[in-house]
Design a protein around this ligand. Structure first.
Ligand SMILES: [Zn+2]
Length: 473
C-alpha cells in the first residue's frame, strides 16, 4: 500500500468515540426487573469527555468469568448516592441480565440511600461478542474474548471520576495497575483493553516498565518468539525516546481479515494489535502501526477537540523513531513526509487544527505542526534542543496514556523544556487559526526533494541552509 493511501488507525477521533447513553434511558425493561422506575431521558453529549474530578467512595466489583467464558457474574457494591446514569458502554446494556438488588437501601432509579448498596448481574459476554464483533465492546477470538471492562461493569456515566476496585476470578489480564489482588482506577468511562480466556502471555522488559503480550490461541506464521522479538525491538526505542514509559498490555490477535489497531488508556495502558496470520517477520518488522500505537501510550490523553495533537505527534514521531531504530530508511521517511504534506494543509473553509477535524488535518496537519515546531526549536537552540525534549519532559511528569492532561499544561511543560515559546506560538498560528505550513520552503531549506510520480527519487542537498537539522534526525 502506498504511504499516501494508507489509513492510519484512530484512537480517539470523534467518529470512534462511544456515544454515551444512560441505562435508565435505554432500558426501562431492565430497570423493571428491580421494580424500579425509569428516569427521564438524559441529555447525552455526542463524545465521551474525560471524566472530571469527583472524590468518592470507591465502587467495588467482584467478577467471576464462567469456565465456558460465556458469562461474567458481577457483584457490585455501590456507595451512597443517586446513580441515575448507571450503564455500560455502547448499547451493550441489553447483555446485562439477571439484575438483582442484594442489599442496602436502593430506591428508584439506583438511588442508594444507605452507606452502601449491593447489586448482582450477569453480563452475556459471548452474546455481546456475537453482536458487536468489535474490541471496543467485545470481540471473540480463538480461546477467549477481547473487551474493555467499561463494556460490562455498570458504572455512572455522568462524566465524573468514580474510583473503583476490580477483582476478577478466571483467566483474565488487563493493562491496569494491581494492588493486593485488585485492579484499581479512577474512572470506568475509559479503561484499557482486557483479555478474557486463554491467551499466551509473554512479558517483555522495557527498562523499568513491562510490555506484556497476550496472544490469542491462534497459530500464525511467525510464531510467538519471533513476534515477541519484533515487538520488543519496536517498543524499546519508543520507551527510550520518552525516557519514562508505562507498563502496558498488548493484546495480539492474529487474523485473516483486517482490523484496526487501537490504544486505550485511562488508569493504565493497552494496545489492541491485530496482525495478519501469514505476515512474515520482514513485513511485521517494517510495519508502522505498532510503533504508532506505542507512541500514543507514552503521551497523555487530551480528549476532544485535540485529537490532531495526539495523532500528529504519533504520525510525526513514529517514522523518526523507526529511522533511528533502523526499521525504516531515511529515504522512505522523507518520501512519505514530502508526499503526504499537502494532505495536512488547510483547505477552503478551514478554521484551524482545533476546529477542523478531517482525516488529513488530524493526522498530517498534526504531523506538520510537529515538524515545523521541531525545526524551529532546533534552529533557535542551535541544535541543543528538539521536540524530543518536549515529550521527555511531559513523560517525566508521568504524562502517559494512563492520564488526562489539559492541552494548556502540555504546551506549558513543553515550552518550559526548551526555554522557548514555540509550542504556544505554533498553537496560535496553526490550531486557533488556519495557518498554512510553508512546507515547500521548509523542505528546500532542509535540502530534501522528492521527484517522480510516486516519489521514486529522494535527493539531498547538503549545502542547504538547514541540512544540519536534517542530519540531526
Ligand atoms: Zn493514532
Amino acid at each position: 500500500m502506498s504511504a499516501r493511501a494508507r489509513a492510519r488507525p484512530s484512537r480517539t477521533l470523534p467518529l470512534d468515540m462511544p456515544r454515551r447513553r444512560s441505562l435508565s434511558a435505554i432500558l426501562p425493561g431492565l430497570l423493571g426487573l428491580l421494580g424500579l422506575l425509569a428516569s427521564g431521558f438524559m441529555c447525552s453529549p455526542s463524545y465521551a469527555p474525560w471524566p472530571g474530578k469527583n472524590a468518592q467512595t470507591p465502587f467495588h466489583y467482584d467478577v467471576v468469568l464462567s469456565s465456558d467464558l460465556r458469562f461474567l457474574d458481577v457483584d457490585l457494591v455501590l456507595p451512597r448516592g443517586p446513580w441515575d446514569s448507571l450503564g455500560v458502554e455502547d448499547d451493550a446494556d441489553k447483555y446485562v441480565v439477571d439484575l438483582a438488588a442484594l442489599g442496602g437501601e436502593l430506591t428508584p432509579p439506583y438511588h442508594c440511600t444507605s452507606e452502601t448498596c449491593a447489586l448482582h448481574y450477569r453480563f452475556a459476554l459471548a452474546d455481546a461478542a456475537k453482536s458487536f464483533a468489535s474490541a471496543d465492546v467485545a470481540l471473540a477470538v480463538e480461546g477467549g474474548y477481547v473487551s474493555p471492562p467499561s463494556a460490562w461493569l455498570l458504572h455512572p456515566r455522568d462524566g465524573l471520576e468514580h474510583p473503583y476496585t476490580l477483582r476478577v476470578r478466571g483467566k483474565f489480564a488487563i493493562g491496569l495497575p494491581q494492588k493486593e489482588g485488585a485492579y484499581f482506577g479512577n474512572a470506568l468511562e475509559l479503561v484499557p483493553f482486557a483479555a478474557l480466556g486463554d491467551f499466551r502471555m509473554h512479558p517483555i522488559a522495557l527498562g523499568d516498565a513491562t510490555m506484556t503480550l497476550a496472544i490469542s490461541q491462534t497459530d500464525f506464521s511467525l510464531g510467538d518468539d519471533g513476534l515477541s522479538k519484533i515487538l520488543g525491538d519496536a517498543a524499546r526505542p519508543v520507551a527510550e525516546l520518552f525516557g519514562s514509559y508505562p507498563s502496558m498490555l498488548v493484546v495480539v490477535v492474529p487474523k485473516n481479515e483486517s482490523l484496526e489497531a487501537k490504544t486505550l488508556g485511562g488508569g493504565g495502558a493497552s494496545i489492541f494489535l491485530p496482525i495478519a496470520k501469514d505476515a512474515s517477520g520482514t513485513k511485521l518488522r517494517s510495519a508502522w502501526v505498532p510503533t504508532h500505537e506505542m507512541v500514543h501510550v507514552g503521551f497523555p490523553n487530551l480528549g476532544f477537540p485535540h485529537q490532531w495533537f495526539e495523532e500528529g505527534m504519533a504520525t510525526y514521531l513514529e517514522p523518526l523513531i523507526r529511522v533511528r531504530a533502523g526499521s525504516l530508511s531515511a529515504d522512505d521517511r522523507f518520501r512519505e513526509l514530502v508526499t503526504s504534506a499537502p494532505q495536512g494543509q488547510p483547505q477552503a473553509g478551514d478554521e484551524g487544527l482545533e476546529s477542523t477535524h478531517t482525516w488529513g488535518r488530524t493526522y498530517w496537519g498534526g504531523a506538520l505542526f510537529f515538524l515545523s515546531a521541531d525545526v524551529e526549536i532546533r534552529v533557535r537552540t542551535q541544535g541543543k534542543k528538539s521536540i524530543v525534549d518536549v515529550f521527555r519532559a511531559i513523560a517525566h511528569q508521568h504524562g502517559s496514556v494512563a492520564v488526562q492532561w489539559d492541552l494548556a499544561r502540555v504546551l506549558d511543560v513543553g515550552d518550559e523544556a526548551t526555554g522557548l515559546r514555540v509550542l504556544h506560538e505554533h498553537f496560535d498560528r496553526y490550531a486557533k487559526s488556519p495557518g498554512k505550513f510553508e512546507v515547500d520552503a521548509l523542505f528546500r531549506k532542509l535540502g530534501v526533494s522528492v521527484k517522480g510520480e510516486k516519489g521514486e527519487t529522494v535527493t539531498y542537498d547538503d549545502g542547504a541552509e538547514l541540512a544540519w537539522v536534517r542530519k540531526q534526525w
